[in-house]
Design a protein. Structure first.
Length: 438
């Protein structure tokens, strides 16, 4: 199916067009005021018959008509397989095949974002824990030191995190090592053992094209509830692209090894070798240290700004874990659809297969995405997570992403909407935002 989609420009799209008209009016008013004598300087700044004095609700029908007229010609030139939805405050003003199911690519992440915010909560955190079989005696752990994954997708080492150009929220594994030392641990008679039991062990979805899997141009780290550095054992020191990285066969063992190294750097003696396994009945007994992820709202922001496939997929698994105590993609997507339907969003024709958009069989509609972008259940949480043109996001130099409270060069403070052939969705106007990773 043709991926050249134009997805929803919602909520404030009319504000862009009306704003341009208002600026022309401002310039005209300024020009007329230049000729006013000094004796008139205390008079009314805006002419009595200015369009700016017309109440907004009376201006709206004219603005909407002009919008439809302005869109008619460019929309007529769009290829088959295109959908468009333009809405203002939930009211659809213009549409083309808005209810037709389309392949969304990374627009799928907007559903994942809303689902995470609604189901997990914007302020919730995912916690990585260090637990032991029995209380340490004089700083000595008699058995293994368990590193228990909580699904934190941004658990990293400093060198890995430093590669990202944009400042991102992340969890520093070294902080967890410091917490262990602060708890008085001096020696571990066993080894560091990583536990990823919170989620299933499906690393790459079977429905993804082979080109997105190891051996090709991978677009995600190996999925795991205990993932450090996105589960990559080797990675480019400068370029953060997943396709340049080598995934670990066992992310939990990799995490245990990295944590082992950090503890030994801090003087902790560890007798055994790092490994992976499943802690049984220990988690509730003796937790010696823990580290929270950034709040979910920041995980969502990082996912959208970086178009992070790994974060998207792990958030879906966490939705499944939260809703059904099963950390799987299938359970997570089911919970996501239930949440969308319960919130009144149109889900007819919607078929999600993943959280990232890598699966070519995903189907969304422009109507759904317009509705998602208009979701105000959590206030501005979703809007605040969107990329900023000229400000943040890996594509900001090419202006592929729509913007939020940012100005594109040469636009005199107005928001520039630009997209490459593909799709885009977001808000237009003085308070603008959007998502267009291409």
């Amino acid at each position: 199916m043709n991926r050249r989609l134009v997805l929803p420009l919602t909520l404030l799209t009319v504000a862009v067009l009306a704003g341009l008209q208002a600026q022309r009016t401002d310039r005209a008013a300024a020009a007329s005021q230049v000729q006013v004598s000094d004796t008139d300087s205390a008079g009314v700044g805006t002419p009595l018959l200015s369009v700016r004095r017309i109440p907004e609700f009376l201006q709206a029908p004219t603005a909407h008509r002009r919008l439809r007229e302005a869109l008619a010609e460019p929309v007529g030139a769009l290829p088959a397989g295109t959908c468009l939805s333009v809405a203002e405050y939930g009211q659809e003003l213009f549409s083309v095949d808005a209810a037709a199911p389309m392949t969304p690519a990374s627009a799928q992440k907007l559903l994942t974002a809303l689902g995470a915010l609604r189901l997990l909560g914007p302020g919730s955190v995912l916690t990585t824990r260090v637990v032991v079989d029995e209380p340490p005696v004089n700083g000595v752990v008699r058995g293994d030191l368990w590193l228990v994954g909580g699904g934190d997708p941004l658990l990293m080492t400093a060198p890995y995190a430093d590669r990202f150009e944009d400042p991102i929220a992340w969890s520093n594994l070294a902080d967890l090592a410091d917490n262990v030392v602060s708890a008085g641990i001096l020696e571990v008679e066993g080894g560091v053992v990583g536990d990823e039991e919170r989620y299933d062990r499906i690393r790459y979805l079977g429905t993804w094209p082979d080109r997105f899997k190891p051996g090709w141009s991978i677009q995600s780290g190996p999925l795991s509830a205990l993932s450090v550095d996105d589960g990559f054992v080797n990675w480019d020191p400068v370029n953060p692209a997943s396709s340049l990285s080598v995934p670990a066969d066992n992310p939990a063992t990799l995490a245990a090894r990295l944590f082992d190294d950090l503890l030994e750097e801090r003087g902790v003696v560890i007798r055994g070798r790092p490994d992976s396994g499943t802690v049984s009945g220990v988690l509730e007994q003796h937790t010696v240290a823990s580290l929270d992820s950034p709040p979910v709202r920041l995980l969502v922001e990082q996912m959208l700004v970086e178009s992070d496939n790994t974060t998207a997929e792990l958030l879906v698994k966490e939705m499944g874990r939260t809703a059904t105590e099963r950390g799987t993609t299938v359970r997570g997507l089911s919970a996501l659809l239930d949440a969308l339907e319960a919130a009144g969003h149109p889900i007819n024709g919607v078929v999600p297969h993943d959280g990232s958009g890598l699966d070519p069989d995903n189907r969304l509609t422009c109507s759904l995405l317009a509705s998602v972008l208009d979701d105000r259940h959590l206030g501005s949480a979703l809007v605040d997570s969107l990329p900023v043109a000229g400000g943040r996001g890996p594509d900001e130099k090419a202006l592929r992403r729509y913007c939020r409270r940012g100005s594109s060069p040469g636009q005199d403070g107005n928001t520039a909407w630009s997209h490459e052939p593909g799709w885009g969705c977001g808000y237009a106007g003085r308070e603008a935002s959007g998502f267009c990773p291409g």
